[in-house]
Design a protein around this ligand. Sequence first.
Ligand code: ADP
Ligand code: MG
Length: 226
Amino acid sequence: MPLLTAQSISKSYPSATEVPLNILTDVSLSLAAGENVAIMGPSGSGKSTLLSILGTLERPTSGQITIADVNPLELPEPELAAFRSQKIGFVFQDHHLLPQCTVLENVLVPFLAGGRAGQEEVAQAKHLLERVGLADRTLHRPAQLSGGERQRAALARALVRSPQLLLADEPTGNLDSANADAIVELLLELQQETKAVLVVVTHNAHLARKLQKQLTLDHQNLKATD
Ligand code: ADP
Ligand code: MG
């Protein structure tokens, strides 16, 4: 039983000419709990667009997605936002941490969508910060962390609500190779523990090979990587 399915996803944007810009055409994908996949492809091939659609941040022009048996495209916006914050964890190339908040506060941010963060939530955030090696940095501000540490904090934030779907868009794009390796290893470790579905967009073929499957966006469609 797949946890994530995308069926015949197409995405086009209006363009300055009469012909719309087709970014994705008939993309299908199906992943079960515990599976992970790397998506590669040149800049501009639609990787971030596909990830945004899988993450319900953007709507496809046509096609369907299901996440944990729910069709998120049918949910009204407030319910969709709640669904997204509960079921989906995002990691971006830029950590997107709030500069004025401590590391611990940043990791608690996903709980704020659902109201407030009580003792249990704080304990979960601290547990994850320990897990990513930041137990002694919980009161640091993002500017006081190294690039690799910032991305570890972003991982903890993405995982704090135990999402069933983890989406990472070039999560190691700003890191040196040792830190990039460590982040991918950690991401895979946490994903295997939680049995989430993990989709990682990366330019890095060496990192992509650490995942179970490698796909490439080519001519608006997903193909097995050569
Ligand atoms: P990638 O992540 O593979 O580099 P993107 O998904 O960001 O590629 O973008 C794919 C193409 O879609 C690009 O050519 C870009 O210009 C176009 N595009 C992305 N977002 C928009 C948008 N909001 N409006 C119009 N065109 C867009
Ligand atoms: Mg991109």
